[in-house]
Design a protein around this ligand. Structure first.
Ligand code: G3H
Ligand code: 13P
Ligand code: ZN
Length: 305
């Protein structure tokens, strides 16, 4: 059944587990995460970015998700990831999304508040939940205390932000970043900051840029011609710790892209005679499903639906 992120995340927060928000980019990603959720009996957040809307078409995405989600016995949410403006938010709410993220993290504090408040007003009217972001996603290796203070989420500012905007969930910056190159040296997150933020806020917290960039997948991709030297993600023990300190939603995109790419490369290399797209993409879809199932177990959302 189709529900809001708020519904999914409040249960997660109360029971101290996290739910993955998995970015879809094509039919196979969508099928992989749906099948994984069914097999793991996990609630599911389907995350769609503006660039995926541009790539796949809003109506195609909404029709696909609605048809599937309405028949599923599990709670499923259709979530706009990194919405940047009110027009996109309005378009997604009208199309049937159950949750939207307004990402004003690049704006000044007051501007972020003003934009977020506007979105909350629009969304509350329709019973749609809203996620906002405060702080900038960036690694914290080789940074000074001053630099960290300038871009990581400040706990007191987060409290004021949430009080004034009434958002349902907040994405926090504690040292993660998007993509496959998150750390040059030892992976490092600011857990003390996360703890302090959690103490001040009563709403679910979100971790973006949380892919682990599994080294076996990187090696496989590189073996078949990829150039992904130095790719590195957030270790699983850091994810476990982040959940124990109060993270309730975990965004994953890169690990799906890597599993897809590594497996497509392998399939084409070992079966050069095939040219049916379904034969090329089935193993990649299976590999992504395995990644998602493992995440659901790691996050503790398996058997919570
Ligand atoms: O933060 C979300 C994604 O990893 C970036 O997605 O390439 O679809 O904009 P995009
Ligand atoms: P990754 O790049 O670590 O998968 O993060 C994805 C994300 O935050 C999507 O919003
Ligand atoms: Zn993100």
């Amino acid at each position: 059944m189709l529900v809001t992120n708020k519904e999914i995340l409040l249960s997660a927060m109360r029971q101290s587990y996290a739910v993955g928000a998995f970015n879809i980019s094509n039919l196979e990603t969508f099928q992989a995460i749906v099948e994984a959720a069914k097999e793991e009996h996990s609630p599911l957040i389907i995350a769609v970015t503006p660039s995926t809307i541009k790539y796949a078409g809003l109506n195609n995405i909404v029709s696909l998700v609605m048809t599937t989600a309405k028949q599923m016995p599990l709670p499923v949410s259709l979530h706009l990831d990194h919405g940047k403006d009110v027009e996109t938010i309005k378009m997604c709410i009208k199309a049937g999304f159950t949750s939207v993220m307004i990402d004003g993290s690049h704006l000044k504090f007051e501007e972020n508040i003003a934009l977020t408040k506007k979105v909350v007003e629009l969304a509350q009217e329709k019973g749609i939940s809203v996620e906002a972001e405060l702080g900038r996603l960036a690694g914290i290796e080789e940074t000074t205390v001053e630099e960290r203070e300038a871009f990581l989420t400040d706990p007191e500012a987060a409290r004021e932000f949430v009080d004034r905007t009434e958002v349902d969930a907040l994405a926090v910056a504690i040292g993660t970043s998007h993509g496959a190159y998150k750390f040059k040296g030892e992976p490092k997150l600011d857990f003390e900051r996360l703890k302090a933020i959690k103490e001040k806020l009563g709403i679910p917290l979100v971790l973006h840029g949380a892919s682990s960039v599994p080294q076996d997948i990187i090696e496989k991709a590189n073996r078949y011609g990829a150039k992904l030297k130095g790719a590195r993600g957030v270790p699983e023990e850091h994810i476990r710790k982040a959940i124990s300190l109060g993270i309730s939603k975990i965004n994953i995109d890169t690990d799906l892209r890597l599993a897809f790419t590594a497996t497509v490369r392998e399939t084409l290399a070992i079966s050069p005679e095939i040219f049916d797209p379904r034969k090329i993409l089935s193993p990649a879809r299976q590999a992504m499903k395995e990644v998602v199932k493992a995440k659901m177990r790691l996050f503790g959302s398996s058997h919570k639906a």
